[in-house]
Write a protein that binds this ligand. Structure first.
Ligand code: PXP
Length: 241
C-alpha cells in the first residue's frame, strides 16, 4: 500500500501572507499525523517564500513519521539539510518565477551538480529521491546517481482529461516499471486530488504519494485531520479494489 506524504507548504504560505507566527505548519504536521499521514513533506525554497529554516528545525524535532525535505541543488539549503538530516530529501528543480514546481529535474542537463548533491546527502545517511518526469532517459540518468527513489511528476496526468489522461497514466505505469527494474523505489506526486489519486495509487509497486494543495484546500472546509484521513482512505482503497 502506498504511504501518504502530506505537503504542508501552503500552511506556511498563509502565515507568510502576514509575516506572523500563525498558522504554524508544525500544527498542520501534527494534525496530518493524527489523520494517518505516513510522511510529512516540506519544500525549503531558496527564496524562502513559505517554509522557513526554523520550520525545518522545529519539525525535525516534532514530526514522528518520516520527514521528507524537498529542495533544489542549492548549496545553502544543502548545508542546512546535512545539519538537520531529515530521513529523506527529494531533489526538485526550482525557478524563482514559478508558482509551484513546474517540471521534473533535468538530470541529463545537470548531471554533475545532481551527482555532487546526492553524494553529500548520502554521506550524511539521508535517503534521496529525484523528482522526475515520466521520461525514460531521465530515469536511466537518475539510476546512475544511485538514488533510493524516483518521485514521478504527475502534473501532466492531473491536467489531462479523458483519453489524454489514460495516455498519461500509461506513461506513468511504464516509467514506474522501469524505476523498479532499475532497483529504485517508486513515488509520485503533484496535482493529485481526491478525484484523480486512485489510479496513481494503484500503479504496481507505488510506495509513496506526496500531496499538498488539494489536502490543504479541503482542510479549510473540514479540518486538517479529517482531510488527511479522507485522502488516506482513498489511497488505501485503491490498492484493494
Ligand atoms: N511532490 C513534489 C516534488 C512537489 O514539488 C510538490 C509541490 O510542492 C508536490 C509533490 C505536491 O504537489 P501538490 O501541492 O500539487 O499536491
Amino acid at each position: 500500500m502506498p504511504e501518504l506524504g502530506v505537503n504542508i507548504d501552503h500552511v506556511a504560505t498563509v502565515r507568510e501572507a502576514r509575516r506572523t507566527n500563525e498558522p504554524d505548519p508544525a500544527w498542520a504536521a501534527m494534525a496530518a499525523e493524527l489523520g494517518g499521514a505516513d510522511c510529512i513533506t516540506l519544500h525549503l525554497r531558496e527564496d524562502r517564500r513559505h517554509i522557513q529554516d526554523r520550520d525545518l528545525l522545529v519539525m525535525r524535532e516534532t514530526v514522528k513519521v518520516k520527514l521528507n525535505l524537498e529542495m533544489a541543488c542549492d548549496n545553502g539549503v544543502l548545508e542546512l539539510a546535512c545539519r538537520v538530516r531529515p530521513q529523506q530529501v527529494t531533489l526538485v528543480p526550482e525557478r524563482r518565477e514559478e508558482v509551484t514546481t513546474e517540471g521534473g529535474l533535468d538530470v541529463l542537463a545537470h548531471r554533475a551538480v545532481v551527482a555532487k548533491t546526492v553524494e553529500r546527502l548520502h554521506a550524511e545517511g539521508i535517503s534521496v529521491s529525484l523528482f522526475l518526469d515520466p521520461d525514460l532517459a531521465q530515469i536511466e540518468a537518475g539510476a546512475g546517481m544511485n538514488v533510493e527513489a524516483v518521485e514521478l511528476h504527475t502534473g501532466q496526468y492531473a491536467l489531462a482529461a479523458g483519453a489524454a489522461r489514460r495516455d498519461e497514466l500509461v506513461k506513468l505505469a511504464s516509467a514506474g516499471a522501469r524505476i523498479q527494474q532499475l532497483g529504485m523505489a517508486l513515488h509520485a506526486g503533484h496535482g493529485l486530488n481526491y478525484v484523480n489519486v486512485q489510479p496513481v495509487a494503484a500503479l504496481p509497486g507505488m510506495l509513496e504519494l506526496n500531496i499538498g494543495h488539494s489536502i490543504v484546500a479541503r482542510a479549510l472546509m473540514v479540518g486538517f485531520q479529517q482531510a488527511v484521513r479522507e485522502m488516506k482512505q482513498l489511497v488505501v482503497a485503491a490498492r484493494t479494489e
